[in-house]
Design a protein around this ligand. Structure first.
Ligand code: GTP
Ligand code: MG
Length: 207
């Protein structure tokens, strides 16, 4: 898949508000600080002037950002889709009121969207999966949405540890190994594989 252009299409901050366009949606989810903005920027090839802000104040922005992406899929077909950046969960220093508003916002979007191509769930590969990660995966399973798992910050681990940790997390999460991608926003490792997988999700939803 080749990315041709990216622009912010809209923001949803209230449960029940509809997505800004009726396009297939690829959603990025993960706990705060997992590396979601960095991954999105690397994936879209926007490392110098990022579209997704790499924040100094994690967990502050409780809104869903929708980016319209125009891309050429593997088969040469042109495709517009929405890349959806969910607010990160589980940040310890977020006030309870903000934390409580997270779930209705996310769940109302995910459960009512009619055009979900898939959800990319990010897990920091240096740590174990959190309770929030497992809850999210369980919830996605109940929705029946295709899920990809991306293990982030791979460059922070040596090659041997990385392999062991990837196997351990895959078992912990109970996802098929074909759905798991090891990624580094720092080195670009995993970018091509993730682009191929996202392209496949979009091809399936178009069929
Ligand atoms: P919030 O939006 O605040 O919830 O965080 P986020 O999930 O968007 O994470 P973000 O991309 O802002 O990255 C968090 C921190 O991790 C930043 O300091 C990044 O530079 C760092 N980081 C993200 N990805 C990588 C990676 O692949 N390798 C390394 N070494 N650091 C990374
Ligand atoms: Mg972010």
């Amino acid at each position: 898949m080749k990315i041709r252009s990216v622009e912010l299409a809209g923001v949803v901050a209230k449960p029940g508000a509809p997505p800004p366009a009726r396009l297939p949606q690829v959603v990025f989810s993960g706990r705060s600080n997992v590396g979601k903005s960095s991954l999105i920027n690397r994936l879209l090839g926007r490392t110098r002037k990022g579209v997704a802000r790499v924040s100094a104040t994690p967990g502050k922005t409780q809104q869903i950002n929708f980016y319209r992406v125009d891309a050429t899929l593997a088969g040469g077909r042109e495709r517009a889709f929405l890349l959806v950046d969910l607010p990160g969960y589980g940040y310890a220093r977020v006030p309870d009121a903000i934390r409580a508003s997270w779930q209705p916002l996310i769940e109302s979007y995910l459960s009512t969207s009619k055009s979900l191509a898939g959800v990319v769930q990010l897990i920091d590969m240096r740590h174990d999966a959190t309770a929030g990660d497992l809850q999210m995966l369980e919830y996605l399973e109940t929705l029946g949405v295709p899920v990809l798992v991306v293990l982030t910050k791979a460059d922070k681990l040596g090659v041997t540890v990385r392999r062991a940790k990837a196997a351990e997390l895959t078992a912990q999460l109970g996802v098929p190994v074909e759905q798991v991608i090891t990624f580094s926003a720092e080195t670009g490792e995993g970018r091509d594989e993730l682009l191929r997988s996202v392209s496949a999700l979009l091809t399936e939803v178009a069929a």
